[in-house]
Design a protein around this ligand. Structure first.
Ligand SMILES: Nc1ncnc2c1ncn2[C@@H]1O[C@H](COP(=O)(O)OP(=O)(O)OP(=O)(O)O)[C@@H](O)[C@H]1O
Length: 178
């Protein structure tokens, strides 16, 4: 078997799973806590303890920057998106593992450009690609919803009652907020 590609492209697989290990937080260092995982970037494996190995399509270590995480896991999806495919990015993990940090709180204006996560980077690239293409008229709609304890919250309009938020699929298979 030849070496695996460094970056898995969207067209090569329907689902790509990458694992990201965050650095220890200052308070964890203060309490003398230590990392319990090891990453092998060549084998794309993460080892828990000494002998529990897990393989992923990509493994991002503690030093992986927001830019690199975006380039490795998301950028190619935008190409597919502009070719008309639906694309989805999901951050999954236990509390405090870095989902919000990785996805990128678009609402936090105090963070530096380097620290911006996936949402602001993807938005910037979408608008750049739209700007570059004068031949097509684009309409962009955005919704930003939180689902917590089976209740919706509209994060762009927090006063909206969750009862007024309806998610439906139309006859073309597009899922969205009514
Ligand atoms: N790759 C990283 N580099 C530096 N700091 C990080 C990284 N990932 C997460 N952190 C920090 O770790 C802390 C927890 O991360 P975050 O809030 O993103 O977790 P979460 O998975 O969204 O948690 P919850 O499910 O509780 O909302 C935050 O202080 C965040 O800034």
């Amino acid at each position: 078997m030849g070496p695996k590609p460094q970056h898995v492209r969207a067209e090569e697989t329907a689902v790509c799973v990458a694992v990201r290990v965050r650095p220890l937080l200052p308070k964890e260092v203060l309490h003398g806590q230590q990392s319990c995982v090891r990453i092998d970037p060549d084998q794309k494996t993460l080892t828990l303890g000494t002998n529990r190995h897990f393989q992923f399509q990509d493994v991002l270590d503690e030093a992986c920057s927001q830019e690199s995480a975006y380039n490795r896991c998301v950028q190619s999806l935008l190409e597919s998106f502009f070719q008309g495919f639906n694309v989805t990015v999901v951050a999954y993990g236990q509390t405090g593992s870095g989902k919000t940090y990785s996805i990128g709180e678009a609402s936090i204006s105090s963070i530096s450009d380097d620290e911006q996560g996936i949402i602001p980077r993807a938005m910037a690239e979408i608008f750049k690609l739209v700007d570059e293409n004068d031949l097509i008229d684009y309409t962009i709609r955005v919704s930003y919803l939180e689902v917590y304890k089976e209740e919706f919250r509209d994060l762009l309009e927090v006063q909206t009652s969750n009862k007024d938020i309806l998610i439906r699929e139309d006859d073309k298979g597009n899922v969205g907020k009514l």
